[in-house]
Ligand binder design. Structure first.
Ligand code: FES
Length: 160
């Protein structure tokens, strides 16, 4: 998958909707991230101009909130839980297995933009430990074979 080209019309329509809304910064950034999978750095200035805030404020919000990213992410974002409940149920070996399967370290994206790998402090589903999420779907009571079949559903083998 290639990084989505920046569709300026789409950006313009998001900005027009929130023009002059000083408090619209987070909703605007959420919409841009939803549309492109990340906040393209070249969007910082137009967003700041449309909302009459400083570019440094936009940059500050993007870097402060973990939900926003200035780097393009993969089509499938895998989040492995590294919280205590998951840890005691083998979460660390699940993470090791996912890393090996995807040939990625935490915070990395595959060169074909198929997968990104992240870890989170708790996915809020401790009763299903060990857990992970792929995009918006939760997976629990993980074992290496289960992880392998989940990743295959997301096209893991297509990259080989
Ligand atoms: S510790 Fe893993 S879901 Fe809560």
């Amino acid at each position: 998958m290639e990084i989505k080209a920046i569709d300026l019309d789409r950006v313009r329509s998001i900005l027009n909707k929130h023009q002059d809304e000083k408090w619209g910064l987070i909703p605007v950034l959420q919409e841009i991230q939803e549309a492109f999978g990340y906040i393209p750095p070249e969007m910082i200035l137009p967003v700041a101009e449309a909302l009459h805030v400083f570019p440094s404020q936009v940059q500050g919000v993007v870097t402060f909130y973990a939900g926003f990213s200035l780097d393009p992410k993969g089509k499938n974002v895998v989040k492995v839980c590294r919280g205590t409940a998951c840890h005691v149920r083998g979460g660390r070996s699940i993470l090791r297995f996912v890393k090996r399967e995807l040939s990625l370290d935490e915070g990395e994206t595959s060169p074909d933009y198929q997968f990104s790998l992240e870890t989170v402090a708790c996915l809020g589903a401790c009763f299903l430990a060990p857990t992970m999420m792929v995009n918006k779907t939760y997976y629990g009571r993980l074992s290496p074979p289960k992880v392998s079949s989940i990743l295959n559903q997301y096209g893991k083998n297509e990259k080989e």
